[in-house]
Write a protein that binds this ligand. Structure first.
Ligand code: SF4
Ligand code: SF4
Length: 373
């Protein structure tokens, strides 16, 4: 296949081409869910390509195992083909559709959103409170941004993100026509999401990063990021409950539930994304889609900015730096919320949907009867 032929081929056509070769080879049949799902098909249309692409966790095992990988003339590179289609999934199903263009220059879009978020909160802080560098006794955030102002702004941004992601994933789900969801299928998909099963590589030893060696670091950094995010979210939820249900106003003590959850979650969101950034920089050049590195790195940088500013705010909340750090932190969180449907965050939603579809599909009769799964 010439370079020109590769260029004119759409990402979905490339997935179809490599899947047809893999379907004849089957060497990687036990590596992950992609290959057993592949064996249930003889041809791969765009819908199949989007399903399989989001089922792929980019562990890299099938690239390092492949006898047809570049420089072989077949140039089979499953992780790269899948990564290219995944970005099309995010863009194709984005809501509102006009925002799908944000995926084309996603790194720039996230950088602009972060800068705008920080600038907005710095200006708001000055307008509402005056000079930023005056210490606030007790580290009271609400003396800088009134509670109701924050709730209204972040509630709206979060609701917009949830609606955008829900509409996108519902369209993806409808297009896949997966069939009825049983309890067993939902439980299996949940287990695979929470354990990140398919970041275990072909045999549970982990992913390939730079070479043929297996390592579980990708899964561990993903877990730290994911559960760090969940704990930070839990911290905010508990604080909201304290405020509205019990009338306990912030700031809370260092050993209170919101602060403990937020601190542990913040540390997870610091170590996990830092590790993922390091892996992104040193990964084998054939892995993944090089065009998506700005999207990946901008999202990781935004996570790091959020956790660093949050932990800094906790450490320095009783000092004159509090108002500035609060504006930085809120600016990062706002940028994170409004870009959730148009950033790398979308991969979590579509991958969950693909895992659920696979859990449903593998319980249905295999019409081809070409594999046991
Ligand atoms: S990735 Fe390569 S080795 Fe694995 S099934 Fe496909 S063609 Fe075969
Ligand atoms: S990169 Fe990993 S998850 Fe993706 S298809 Fe290959 S083995 Fe499966």
């Amino acid at each position: 296949m010439t370079e020109l032929e590769q260029l004119v081929r759409s990402a979905e056509q490339e997935v179809s081409r490599v899947m047809e070769i893999c379907n004849a080879c089957r060497y990687c049949e036990t590596y992950c869910a992609v290959f057993p799902a592949m064996t249930r098909r003889l041809a791969f249309d765009d819908t199949d390509a989007h399903f399989l692409a989001n089922l792929c966790h980019n562990c890299g095992a099938c690239l390092h195992a492949c006898q047809y990988a570049p420089p072989h003339e077949f140039a089979v590179n499953v992780p790269r083909a899948m990564a290219s289609v995944r970005r099309n999934t995010y863009a194709n199903y984005a809501w509102p559709a006009i925002f799908s263009a944000l995926y084309r220059r996603n790194g720039v879009a996230l950088a602009v959103a972060t800068a705008a978020g920080i600038a907005l909160f710095l200006m708001l802080a000055i307008a509402l409170r005056g000079p930023l560098w005056i210490a606030q006794p007790g580290g009271n955030f609400y003396a800088v941004f009134p509670h109701n102002t924050m709730v209204a702004m972040f509630g709206l941004a979060f609701a917009f993100a949830v609606v955008g992601l829900a509409i996108g994933s519902a369209r993806f789900w409808r297009g896949q026509s997966p069939g009825a969801i049983t309890g067993a299928a939902a439980a299996e998909a949940s287990r695979n999401v929470l354990a990140l099963t398919y970041l275990g590589g072909g045999h549970g030893d982990g992913c390939n990063e730079q070479d043929d060696r297996f390592t579980l670091v990708r899964r561990r950094f993903h877990h730290l990021t994911f559960y760090g995010f969940v704990l930070c979210f839990a911290s905010t939820t508990v604080a909201t409950l304290y405020h509205y249900a019990f009338g306990w106003a912030a700031p809370y003590g260092l050993l209170s539930a919101p602060v403990v959850l937020g601190t542990i979650g913040g540390l997870g969101l610091l170590v996990g994304p830092a590790g993922l950034f390091w892996l992104n920089v040193k990964r084998h050049p054939l892995q993944g889609d090089p065009a998506q590195k700005p999207m990946d790195r901008a999202f990781i940088a935004l996570l790091l900015g959020t956790s660093l500013s949050g932990l800094g705010l906790l450490a320095l909340r009783a000092t004159p730096a509090m108002a500035t750090l609060l504006a930085l932190h809120l600016g990062c969180v706002m940028a994170f919320f409004v870009t959730m449907p148009y950033s790398k965050f979308a991969h979590a939603v579509y991958r969950t949907a693909a895992l659920l579809k696979w859990a449903v599909e593998r319980r249905q009769p295999n019409r081809l009867r070409l594999s046991s799964d």
